[in-house]
Each structure stands twice: as C-alpha cells, then as structure tokens.
Design a protein around this ligand. Sequence first.
Ligand SMILES: Nc1ncnc2c1ncn2[C@@H]1O[C@H](COP(=O)(O)OP(=O)(O)OC[C@H]2O[C@@H]([n+]3cccc(C(=O)O)c3)[C@H](O)[C@@H]2O)[C@@H](O)[C@H]1O
Ligand SMILES: Nc1ncnc2c1ncn2[C@@H]1O[C@H](COP(=O)(O)OP(=O)(O)OP(=O)(O)O)[C@@H](O)[C@H]1O
Ligand SMILES: [Mg+2]
Length: 264
Amino acid sequence: MLDLRFSDAELDERRDHITNFVREQVDGAGTDGAVLGLSGGIDSTLVAHLAVDALGAEGVHGLVLPARVSGDDNMSDAERVARELGMSYDVIEIEPIVDSLLGAYPEAEGDRTAVGNARARVRAVLNYLVANHESRLVLGTGNRSEAAVGYFTKYGDGAVDCHPIGNLYKAQVRQLARHVGVPEDLAAKPATAELWEDQTDEDEMGFDYETLDTILVSHVDGPLSADVTAREHGIDVETVETVRRMYERSEHKRRAPASPDPLE
Ligand SMILES: Nc1ncnc2c1ncn2[C@@H]1O[C@H](COP(=O)(O)OP(=O)(O)OC[C@H]2O[C@@H]([n+]3cccc(C(=O)O)c3)[C@H](O)[C@@H]2O)[C@@H](O)[C@H]1O
Ligand SMILES: Nc1ncnc2c1ncn2[C@@H]1O[C@H](COP(=O)(O)OP(=O)(O)OP(=O)(O)O)[C@@H](O)[C@H]1O
Ligand SMILES: [Mg+2]
C-alpha cells in the first residue's frame, strides 16, 4: 500500500494553504463567517479546527444535529470540539423533521438508503438556514477519497459552498488532524456516516480506506493501469475495478446537473 503521509514541512504548508482558502472564500463572498455540521467524526473536526484558525472562533458556527441513529459518544465529541475551539454551536434534534417527511411520504418508511439520505439532506437545510440568516458560507467536510467514489449524499452532505479538505485523501485527513491538535481519540475513530444503525464506511464500501486511497492515487487519479495497481500493491484486480466503476458511476455527483445541448 502507498504511504501518503506528508513531511512535516508539507503539513504546515497544507494547513496554511487550506486556512488561506477558507479566508478567501468567506471574504470573496462578502460573508461574515462560516457554518458547518459537527458529527464528532474526523472530517468535520479537522475542518472546524482549520476554519477557526482561518476565521477566529467568532467566525465559525457549528451545528450538532443528532438523529435517532447517532451515537451519544459522537454527539458529545461534536460538542466537545465546539467547546474546546471556543466556537458557538447549536444542538438541534433532526428526527422530528425526518419523521414529518415520512409522515408526508410514508412509502419510504424502512428504506434505509432513502431515509439515511433524507437525514443528510435535513442537515443541509439546517446548515443553509443558518448560513442565510447569519450571512455565512457552508463549509463542506468531504475529502477526495469519499468524493471520488461518490460516498456522500447528493445535495445532503454534498450541498456546500466549498470543500476545504476536498483535495486530501483520508490518510492525509487523519495526519493533518493530528498535526493541528485534534485529540487522538477523535483522530483514530473509525469513519461512519451514521445514516443508519451500526453503519461504518469501510463495511458499506467493502474495502478499507488504505486500499481505497492506494487505488485512487495509483489508478483513478494516477497513471497506473488496474492490473499494475493490483500487482504493485497486492490488491485484487476486482477491487481496483470496483473502485474505478464507483468513480465513473458517481460522476454526476461531482458535476452541475446536465441540460440538453443548445439547439444548433
Ligand atoms: N447518472 C446519473 N445522472 C444524474 N443523476 C443520477 C445518476 N445516477 C443517479 N442519480 C441521482 O442520484 C441519486 C443517488 O445519489 P444519492 O441520493 O446521493 O444516493 P446514494 O448514492 O445511493 O447513497 C448515498 C451513499 O453515500 C453514503 N454516504 C452518505 C452521506 C454521508 C456519508 C459519509 O461518509 O458520511 C456517506 C451513504 O451511506 C450511501 O452509500 C439517485 O436517486 C438519482 O436521483
Ligand atoms: N450528527 C451530525 N450533526 C451534524 N453534522 C453531521 C452529523 N452527521 C454528519 N454530519 C455532517 O455530515 C458530514 C459528512 O459525514 P462524514 O461521516 O463523512 O464525516 P465525519 O463524520 O466528519 O468524519 P468520518 O467520515 O470520519 O466519520 C460531517 O462531516 C458533518 O459535517
Ligand atoms: Mg462520520
């Protein structure tokens, strides 16, 4: 497997590059700061740290948005992040909103993916309620590994104004998080979307992030063929091809919606 970790000098450079990016996005939009969802996971925790670095604690508003399936430990970690960074935050239970959607369309009851994605979309609505009301930008927390395989909800956690860590692979997210002072228990946590009970990213995707990152860097974003990637890294060629297909099939999530070509 590839070791994607940055050198110490690169870590500082990356941190500065991202904090400058956040400042430029907020200033360029003429807004007064940023809002983001805090899940207690490593992606949102890292973005919160970088955003507070960039904008100061008063420039960042956190939303902790528990659902029925959210772990209490994750929600208390999310609050801990906001408190330790000194940023303002609200805790808003989203399940009554999800229940009301299902009351309006009961056919989706029990459909794990549809309901899970609705949770992510309810969070997006709340992020934008705050963004509109307080003149803030919504910060995305997606990284390159998730984006490449479409492992996010279209117009849910994907509905954001910019992606500060959008160029980082998951291993780099963990490393930069440790570098900026994210506590080790958060930096080491297994990734979970928490859209339904006991969900973990690696179980659902069917491979681990180390394998995913290696395939992305070598094959999907890099120059190696599927066969060479598999041989060089000791990965099944089927897994390499699965990742490639996930990348191709999720192209629509990374683009603006299509319209017909103009008539000649
Ligand atoms: N070719 C195409 N061109 C244009 N649009 C296309 C399309 N194919 C599907 N679509 C549309 O896209 C929809 C499917 O996309 P979507 O609604 O996103 O749904 P889908 O990709 O099925 O599910 C989201 C996945 O992301 C995972 N996730 C979500 C949120 C957070 C995280 C996390 O890591 O925290 C992970 C979740 O566990 C699940 O595996 C279809 O219902 C259709 O509306
Ligand atoms: N309970 C929640 N409250 C607020 N925001 C949430 C909640 N659950 C998810 N989100 C938002 O959706 C984003 C996507 O979730 P995702 O699981 O990919 O990231 P994460 O939890 O920060 O890190 P990890 O992938 O390691 O679990 C989160 O970063 C966060 O912004
Ligand atoms: Mg998570």
